[in-house]
Ligand binder design. Structure first.
Ligand code: FE2
Length: 378
């Protein structure tokens, strides 16, 4: 129960630096207001732990519709792009909802050992939302003309020392995917064999300084570097630089960070907030490529959580023999295995203890609001 309390409390901690107004806006369709995260993570425990096992009423009959994200088997829900129009329930109502559900969870904590696995899934889910919350908060605060800071959150700060060089791996049969005790998401298994040809992996992530060279070499203006969908995206959106870079102080590049707001670009820090399309074009410009997720896991799987998620060239697909979670949780991962690309490695916003080397994150190739970066392979 201490784990439950501390993870639930951490979500509130993450919201503590925000104003009431910060909690309710939705600058883009894919960004959720922090108030919605607070309600949705609570709805998860109420819907999947409390209501099926106890004769109790829902805290509010409308909350199922408001805070269900995408579980079609559970019922209808507010469309994702309409979350920012919800002025009710108020932030105070949602905090009361959290307190109510937490109190009930404490009361029944020792009752039902069979739902312990669902509680664990609920906590892993809440930790995923803690990372999403920081992505969304960054988008929300950057949308404000004053570019306010949020709080210290462990982003790479001043220039960090750069490692260079490559690690080389022999051709052969390797095993990847989760196998063992402890929690994993269904998409991480089963563990299986893969054939890899000889490859090399860069020891370090691509830096802001590296990326500036790509920009100065007209990387965003050269169609031969880009995938067709990527080139269309660059043209339609007039993309010229990573998401949170600006030119606001004369000609000097600045970068917005949660901890420090808008500040001059640190050349040695990993580049971040780039799309798959940008990562792919950059790698091609360097005469390299992105790693596959199997190469990444073989080369980097023994490393701890990284500062940034790293795009791979692997489409998000089921592993051979994939078995989705049972019941409504079959909708957790499997139904998104279409049109998205895998990122590996975790990031500074990943809660401690939440990350595993087999963890597969996934986003659509044009998405730049994740804390994404890249590592070159060849
Ligand atoms: Fe969720």
């Amino acid at each position: 129960v201490q784990t439950y309390e501390s993870i639930r409390h951490q979500t509130l901690n993450l919201c503590a630096p925000l104003t009431v107004e910060d909690h309710v806006v939705q600058p883009y369709d894919f960004v959720s207001p922090p108030k919605w995260h607070l309600g949705h993570t609570t709805w998860f425990f109420e819907t999947f732990c409390l209501l099926p096992h106890y004769s109790m009423d829902a805290f509010d009959p409308h909350y199922g519709y408001i805070f269900n994200s995408y579980y079609e088997s559970v019922g209808a829900h507010v469309p994702q792009n309409r979350r920012g129009v919800l002025s009710r329930p108020t932030l105070e109502d949602v905090r009361a909802y959290r307190a109510h559900v937490d109190a009930r969870m404490r009361e029944v904590w020792n009752d039902q050992p069979e739902w312990r696995q669902v509680v664990q899934l609920g906590l892993e889910h809440e930790q995923q939302h803690q990372e999403l919350l920081l992505m969304d908060v960054k988008s929300i605060l950057f949308a404000q003309p004053g570019k306010p800071t949020y709080a210290a959150v462990g982003e790479p700060g001043a220039d960090i020392p750069r490692t260079s060089g490559w690690d080389k791996f022999a051709a052969g049969i390797y095993e990847v995917g989760f196998d063992g005790d402890g929690f994993s998401f269904d998409n991480e298994g089963p563990r299986h064999k893969v054939w890899l040809d000889e490859f090399s992996m860069a020891k370090a992530l691509v830096t802001n300084g590296d990326w500036r060279e790509f920009i100065e070499d007209s990387g965003y203006q050269r169609p031969e570097l880009w995938l067709a969908d990527g080139w269309r995206w660059v043209q339609e959106r007039s993309i010229l630089h990573p998401l949170y870079w600006t030119h606001s102080r004369g000609e000097q590049w600045c970068e917005y960070s949660l901890s420090r707001g808008l500040q001059p670009l640190h050349a040695e820090n990993p580049v971040s907030h780039i799309s798959y399309f940008e990562a792919d074009a950059y790698a091609r410009w360097r005469g390299c490529r992105l790693p596959t997720e199997a190469e990444w896991e073989v080369a980097c799987g023994n490393q701890s959580c990284a500062s940034h998620w790293q795009w791979t060239r692997s489409a998000y697909l089921p592993y051979p023999g994939y078995q989705a979670f049972a019941g409504a949780f079959a909708e957790y991962n499997g139904k998104f295995m279409n049109g998205q690309m895998v990122l590996r490695g975790g990031c500074f916003a990943t809660p401690t203890g939440h990350y595993r080397p087999t963890y597969r994150n996934f986003y659509y190739p044009e998405m730049r609001w994740p804390f994404s970066s890249l590592r070159l392979a060849r």
